[in-house]
Design a protein around this ligand. Structure first.
Ligand code: GLN
Length: 205
């Protein structure tokens, strides 16, 4: 049984732990380097990316997590977690640090600010039925590098305005990220895709 950590510095940690538990893996709230060392995969939750980045520094986890990403650790970032995995951030604060690893450019708070949340159903690569996606002050992906697979976009419906057609889920090797919150709403299918990535990685010699 793989152990999948959830970075537990800030944000919606508990929801991710619950979904992972429901999928039969061993969930672990991660706050220390020793805990990070014991995981087979990591979830970086939603919350506030600038705050999480500062806490990663304070808890001495920024460089260890970067090192494990460089070593091929599967990581799933949701919302703020997507921002933290992105190599490039638009509308970030000037000194915003990231973990990086995903060759994408994200735009923070792209759908609008504060009260602006947005829900829609999305076709998601690898899933047969659409996913109900909840966006909360979410980023979207402005552009992706060559090695990045687009897993989902907002529908082209003109009712979605500027959000129509935007990329909201990506994967590059063992790194996966969604703009929305798949831990909200009791649908474990997106997490299941991530657990599959973790199991694939564990099966490699
Ligand atoms: N707006 C937040 C940020 O920039 C992300 C919001 C979220 O994770 N729900 O970090």
């Amino acid at each position: 049984t793989p152990t999948i950590g959830v970075l537990a510095l800030q944000g919606d940690v508990r929801e991710h732990l619950h979904v992972l538990e429901s999928l039969g893996v061993r969930p672990l709230a991660v706050r220390r380097e020793s805990e990070l060392a014991s995981v087979d995969g990591m979830v970086v939750p939603g919350g506030e990316s600038t705050t999480i980045a500062k806490l990663l520094r304070i808890f001495d986890l920024l460089d260890p997590l970067r090192a494990r990403i460089a070593d091929g650790l599967p990581v799933f970032g949701t919302c703020a977690g997507m921002i933290l995995l992105a190599d490039r951030i638009e509308d970030g604060t000037a000194d915003q640090e990231t973990l990086g690893g995903l060759d994408i450019t994200v735009r923070r708070n792209a759908f609008g600010r504060q009260v602006d949340s947005f829900e829609t159903s999305l076709d998601f690569a690898g899933l047969t039925d659409p996913v109900h996606a909840v966006f909360i002050r979410a980023p979207w992906v402005e552009s992706v590098g060559e090695g990045v697979d687009v897993l989902a976009r907002v529908g082209e419906d003109p009712a979605h305005g500027r959000a129509a057609g935007r990329i909201v889920a990506v994967r590059q090797g063992p790194l996966m990220a969604t703009s929305f919150h798949p831990e909200v709403g009791g649908d474990g299918r997106v997490h299941r895709l991530f657990v599959d990535l973790v199991n694939q990685r564990l099966a490699q010699p």
